[in-house]
Design a protein around this ligand. Sequence first.
Ligand code: FAD
Length: 307
Amino acid sequence: PYDVLVVGGGPAGAAAAIYAARKGIRTGLVAERFGGQVMDTVGIENFISVSYTEGPKLAASLEQHVKEYGVDLITGQRAAELKRDGLLTLGLESGAVLSSRSMVLAPGARWRKLGVPGEAEYANKGVAYCPHCDGPFYKGKKVAVIGGGNSGIEAAIDLAGIVEHVTVLEFADTLRADEVLQRKARSLPNVTIIANAQTTEIVGNGKTVTGLNYTDRASGEAGSVELAGVFVQIGLVPNTEWLQDSDIELNRTGEMIIDERGATSLKGVFAAGDATTVPYKQIVVSMGAGATAALGAFDYLIRESAP
Ligand code: FAD
């Protein structure tokens, strides 16, 4: 068995594997796709101490760093089931079973997509999902935020300080964001809120986004907005469906509930990154959380093996 088995090869999983392996304990890492969301990112300007890098480059350095420590790297495999059976056992979709004395789960998350024409075509070319990451790229330009929940309205308030103008499009007839956020957004001169708006298409010139089309769900009329960027804020979905029947406690949105050491409700199982209740989903935050979870697992192991 492994001493620490990490699930996930994004920033959180990579950091956890390096911290664990540096303790000289037997460490494995299982990931469907090494690099995680970082592989889908182009420019990264908030990876502290590196003023600019790109996703695939950062993912390659992460992999190289993990490999320097002799971590048993198993990629192209999906975890499907976690049980405690004396040891912890991880069943993979392929049918293989791995066992370990402790685990760090870092399966990350995915942004919920709109599913309209133009969204995939213009991803990273005007269609964005992370205002903290990509907001500054739209300085002085016009953008839209799709989604009027807390994350959408927070994004609109954040972006209003950077860009020229923000149009918020909400599908329902009212916003779902907290009242205080709605008041703040409505008080800003460069924010327009359109409710009852069903975004139907993101349009562009072949290179970048130039606008979007929507239907007013009340009147049935078609509308359009000219802009340079569209921030889709309709939810971040944690990759924890496979843990639904495990003993790991999840919150309402499926995030693993962790304490300050990254411990989950299942003894010996720690978690980190976007798949947890951590409030901010960012690369540096996930790396710190991965380190915390690995150190938590190490503390657990030395106590567990005490005579
Ligand atoms: P992830 O990166 O999601 O990695 C999850 C890992 O788990 C992957 O290896 C995946 O294959 C694996 N996995 C999932 N399920 C299973 C399973 N069942 N079995 C095995 N493996 C599994 N953050 C910033 O700080 N700066 C930015 O500029 C920035 N830009 C972004 C741009 C885009 C387009 C996106 C999508 C995100 C961006 N982010 C940015 C957010 C950042 O990428 C995430 O916060 C970070 O990657 C989360 O790390 P993580 O390790 O928790 O999860």
